[in-house]
Design a protein around this ligand. Structure first.
Ligand code: HEM
Length: 510
């Protein structure tokens, strides 16, 4: 007869060993299914594995990235790794997470388009959730599809062609540019310009941050929002870098900034919903200016939903366009030959404010924007998380030409900064800012500033219209530009990629 204690031990042992056996059998079955999957897809072992000193967590790589980041060489470092490995795709680890890093256009096309449903955004929701809630930029699956369906109609030609909406802020931009040859940081002005125009487009009310430079009412609600949005965005960047550790972040200043942003946007949302309840929204009032929020309020009266979507689109659209402008002007200011060609092209407008069609026909300006987005892609790297076992077409076998198995839970990172510098696609002089290369280039997935596939940027045309409008108006208003920054362009990677030292120039009036 067994004692009661022995019986309990035996029972526990039986349960424990059954559980272990279950796990073991499960693992064997999973491994066998995975082997079959790999055979079926012709997968080969990775061409290159990053030589980690800490193969479990990849801690050494993380420290190396911190060091590179401090020296403003994070992207350069990422590019050099591909050269060092002599491969366009390699495997690695990021805080213990298996990672595949690639600059193969075919792999990126597979992740973003052909096998779209095998991937998610990963950690983005955790990092951006406190500010953005749940909206188009940080959700996946059905929720994202619904957001996209709701937001997409707001980017039709008529909305992006509203040139007058930009002109209202140009006046204030010009007022902020000194005319006595003293130095100005255009980057700061471009960031103000884009928050002013984006808030007007989205909420129907501009944050008017450019006006505040001269008026100095930094305590106004609009000014507080513009500052708070910057702080809240920075918080999201830090959360992204912290990965799963971001759940423990609780920064008072950021929390307060997020509260200010929500309160500010809620005011417009409340008005829009009130308006929605008291008007027949199917009938547009004649002469009324287009407001994104009012259009959105036609599809939902859910206030939380409206706030979240507004903040999502503001975040996606504000720094990106400002960064494109500041990076491009950094290059142009150092190249009188490019400025002269742009002046000649814009001169054809005879000083008239350009129409949308005229802007689209400014070919050399388009090449300059393309080249800026090639050499300084404002979203320089991106990633997706495999949510099921899947496969990439390249990166396996001794020459990387065979398919590569992607285990569920692997992060696939793609580095546009490095891909846009592939000499096999863009020529030997990839480091040179040369707009003329766009005369013949017709790139496909090897050039991806606006992403591709079902999540391609919705604001691409809006951004290009805004950037070309601002550039054209500056070319009309000023005779010459001179760089006041003797150094080379240096990276500042935050939410987007801009020059670390701003865009310091002097402009001479025409
Ligand atoms: C030069 C300017 C811009 C660049 C380079 C750019 C680039 C991108 C990229 C790379 C993505 C994909 C992000 C991802 O899925 O990981 C994206 C998404 C998005 N962009 Fe832009 N963007 C720009 C301007 C804008 C503007 C001005 C707006 C709106 C006013 C905007 C709205 C969006 C939205 C809503 C998404 C999310 C689309 C989705 O997930 O379905 N973007 N953008």
């Amino acid at each position: 007869m067994l004692s009661r204690g022995t019986s309990i031990h035996l029972a526990l042992w039986a349960v424990g060993s059954s559980f272990l056996a279950f796990l073991f059998i499960n693992r064997v079955l999973l491994n066998s299914a995975r082997r079959k999957f790999q055979d079926k897809n012709g997968c080969k072992p990775p061409q290159a594995r990053f030589p980690l000193r800490d193969p479990i967590l990849g801690f050494d790589l993380m420290l190396e990235n911190f060091r590179l980041g401090r020296n403003k060489e994070l992207l350069l470092g990422a590019q050099r790794r591909f050269e060092m490995m002599a491969a366009n795709t390699y495997t690695s680890k990021l805080l213990g997470m298996p990672t595949i890093v690639t600059i193969e256009p075919e792999n990126i096309k597979t992740v973003l388009s052909l096998r779209f449903k095998d991937f998610s955004l990963g950690n983005r929701d955790r990092a951006f959730g406190p500010l953005l809630g749940k909206g188009i930029f940080n959700t996946d699956g059905e929720r994202w599809a619904h957001s996209r369906h709701m937001i997409r109609p707001n980017f039709t030609r008529d909305q992006v062609a509203d040139i007058q909406a930009f002109e209202r802020h140009i006046e204030w931009l010009f007022k902020a540019i000194p005319r006595d040859g003293s130095t100005v940081d255009l980057q700061e002005l471009f960031f103000r310009f884009t928050i002013d125009s984006a808030t007007e487009f989205l909420f129907g009310h501009s944050a008017n941050s450019l006006r505040m430079i001269n008026k100095g009412d930094a305590d106004s609600e609009d000014a507080c929002f513009a500052t708070a949005f910057g702080i809240a965005q920075h918080d999201a960047v830090i959360r992204t870098r912290l990965g799963f550790l971001s759940s423990f972040r609780n920064d008072r200043k950021s929390n307060e900034a997020i509260r200010i942003c929500h309160e500010y946007v809620d005011k417009f949302v409340d008005n829009a919903v009130r308006y929605r309840e008291s008007h027949d929204l199917e009938k547009d009032a004649p002469g009324e200016k287009y407001v994104f929020l009012h259009e959105l309020a036609k599809s939902t009266g859910n206030k939380r939903r409206l706030r979240d979507e507004l903040l999502n689109v503001l975040l996606a659209g504000r720094d990106t366009t400002a960064s494109l402008l500041s990076n491009m002007f950094f290059e142009i200011a150092k190249r009188p030959d490019i400025w002269a060609k742009l002046k000649a092209e814009v001169g054809e407008l005879n000083g008239q404010i350009p129409t949308y069609e005229q802007l689209r026909n400014l070919k050399y300006l388009k090449w300059c924007m393309n080249e800026s987005l090639r050499i300084h892609p404002v979203v320089p790297a991106n990633s997706r998380l495999a949510i099921r076992d899947t496969v990439l077409p390249l990166g396996g076998g001794p020459d990387g030409k065979d398919p590569l198995f992607v285990r569920k839970g692997t992060l696939v990172a793609y580095i546009l900064w490095a891909m846009h510098r592939r000499k096999d696609y863009f020529g030997e002089d990839v480091e040179v800012f040369r707009p003329e290369r766009w005369e013949t280039l017709r790139p496909s997935w090897e050039y991806l500033p606006f992403n591709g596939g079902p999540r391609i940027c919705l604001g691409q045309q809006y951004a290009l219209t805004e950037a070309s409008y601002v550039t054209t108006r500056i070319l009309q208003e000023f005779a010459s530009i001179e760089s006041r920054d003797p150094g080379p362009w240096q990276e500042a990677v935050t939410l987007t990629l801009a020059s670390a030292n701003g865009t310091k120039v002097a402009l001479t009036p025409a």
